[in-house]
Design a protein around this ligand. Sequence first.
Ligand code: ADP
Length: 516
Amino acid sequence: MDNDAHNLQSLIEAMDDVILELTEQSVIKRVWAKDKSKLFMPPEFFIDKSIPEVFGEFGNIFINCINNLLRTGERQQCIYPDFDKNKNLWYCAKFQKIDSSNTDIRIVCIIEDITVEKEMTDQLEKNRLELIEAKNLAEQVARKRTETLSIMSHEIRTPLNAIIGISNLLDQATFSNKDIKEYVDHLSYSSNHLLRLINDILDLEKIESKKMELNETPTNLISLINNVYKQFLPFAKTKNLSLYFNHDCQTPEFLLIDDLRLTRILNNLIANAIKFTEKGEVCITLKTLVNQDNKASILFKISDTGIGIPEHLHNLIFDKFHQVNQDSHRQQEGSGLGLNITRGLVRLFNSEIHLTSKPSVGSVFEFQIDFKKNMPLLPQPEKKAESTEFNFPPLPDFKLLIVDDNPTNLLVATRQLSRFGIHSDKADNGYSAIEFLKTKEYDVVLVDLHMPGMDGYQLAKYIQEKHPETKVIIFTADVLEEVKLRLKEMGIQYILSKPFKPEEMFDLFLEVLESK
Ligand code: ADP
């Protein structure tokens, strides 16, 4: 062996790869392998055997490469797994023609173990795919957030425009009583709309964080539904729609019901039914499926003859912030929260809401609730349909102090109380409230919670310690459960939420005064 050949031999033997020298008929002429364990049989067993003889069917991948190499003269390569699947190893075989002094064509095949590289590329590819997925998801979330913000912004700006616009009008000229009544109606509608939106968002948060629990009390089901029905009659009438309430004679009267939540579900569904119906009727139907001594199962059905909902949107409309832009109908106002909250509330009752609907025919939303039964306690008065006319009997005379740092809230509360015939002292912070308390014995103090310096909690504690006869009513816009819990722990049971309705304020004062 001359020197060059010797060097080549040492170089080849230093390589980790397996090298085969082949004829153009794919017969193996020589084999090199530094690590003989990489061959599945002793090297001499390969010599003068063709690729199919040695590798069987598996050799086809090599034969293809060799044919391509002979046809094109260009280097070929293939990647393949170990014959033994349990080994989980990968190889790359590279084929190249070599110059030979004799006329026979010789092919060299270098087989390299690429398991580590393959794992790395696979992992990289997977990471890249995951990155793309994460990017797509992030883009989708961003799009949804923009969409949500745009809906919310629209929903908040629309009533605000009315409130601000009417305030400007009121500031500019003199008006007839008719003008004023119209302005006040718009102010009231727009501000109530804003309040509903905020309450919806708070409820949604409570449902999603599973902080909402049923509060069941003995309730007359029929009068509950009757109240809801009566409340919607004027709305249905303005659209010339018939509104019906039917129930079978089996329907039990007294059940344990979370009346606020059930009312909320029905309100949402009936409001939608009327909103999306231009002619025909809306029906509230109750069907008694089970009526036993201790339980009853009731099917609630809200049906309408409105625009209906195409089948492909049946699930989508329950998504939050999802409004369906139906071509046949002008865009209605709404945050797209209603049905999401409704479904959450129905689930709170351990039930599911079902929808059947056909475009241009109408929609039916139904759900079934199992109630526990209760013996009648007190006859429940039926509420009158909501009206803006209030007739309040005079409250007994008492001494009242109102503490609030917000001048508008202070003004609204004192003016409303004076309409009930109550005159009050006003303090715009906790310290001046204490000064008032030192000079006069008050029956009731209405205390705002969030005030700079001394807050409502501190002031309430001071009153409880120094003036135990004085009743504290907390006057707050903070309606979180945590706040209610903290006040309960302090022994404070009276809360007037901002914004308040006159009748809520009246009823609360009546209750507080009666408890004295
Ligand atoms: P919104 O508060 O915006 O009305 P909802 O969650 O209550 O939102 O309803 C979502 C969408 O479902 C509505 O925008 C409307 O397209 C559709 N929808 C709900 N109820 C009805 C119904 N009774 N008839 C037709 N479409 C309805």
